[in-house]
Design a protein around this ligand. Sequence first.
Ligand SMILES: Nc1nc2c(ncn2[C@@H]2O[C@H](COP(=O)(O)OP(=O)(O)OP(=O)(O)O)[C@@H](O)[C@H]2O)c(=O)[nH]1
Ligand SMILES: [Mg+2]
Length: 220
Amino acid sequence: MDAGGISDLDLEKYDADEQVKIICLGDSAVGKSKLMERFLMDGYRPQQLSTYALTLYKYTTTINGKTILVDFWDTAGQERFQSMHPSYYHKSHACIMVFDVQRKITYKNLPNWYKELREYRPEIPCLVVANKIDADMKVTQKSFNFAKKQGLPFYFVSAADGTNVVKVFKDSIQMALSYKKNSNDFMDEVMRELENFDLESKEETSDKEEETQGGKPDSA
Ligand SMILES: Nc1nc2c(ncn2[C@@H]2O[C@H](COP(=O)(O)OP(=O)(O)OP(=O)(O)O)[C@@H](O)[C@H]2O)c(=O)[nH]1
Ligand SMILES: [Mg+2]
């Protein structure tokens, strides 16, 4: 990329109308990183080590004329870390939860991931993704009821051949945006009130300052 390209990106960043954070959850080796790579780089590299700890992918898009900055957070799965650090969930607006259709245990672990997610983010949209359908297309005939039971959107995808990948990520951005707009999540509400409170008290202080200044005789 040349220097011109970089400054264009920077400009876009500062002009962004909206910013959302989307996290990815699921057992190790279900394909979380491959899905991100497929969507963001439109590429798929079959050989790669497990995600070390945390990878942050920045993505910019335009929706209805608005520039949207998306932070996709990718981290390594449960086998090595057991559960995620709370900061991983902090202020996230949507979650993509992935399992591997070839390994039943990764599906069975979904309720554990979901429980942890809901402890930190009770209300954010969560998309359930069945990955690796390229390995055996017959799995799409099977029913995976977890998503239905929880009332969550469900997708059959393949990071390897790209099936439904763009759809999942675009949907997650839309859901994150509408969550951010209409959120009545209790903690978010509290945070917003605190932020407003902060602003109000600052305004009051500056009003008083103006009053005092206004009271002074005009030296001009
Ligand atoms: N056949 C097939 N293999 C896939 C697909 N997606 C990922 N894989 C393979 O599954 C393995 C794990 O993929 P990763 O993306 O590294 O998995 P991960 O969920 O990020 O794993 P951690 O970082 O350890 O949590 C790799 O060898 C990938 O090549 C897919 O759609 N189809
Ligand atoms: Mg990974």
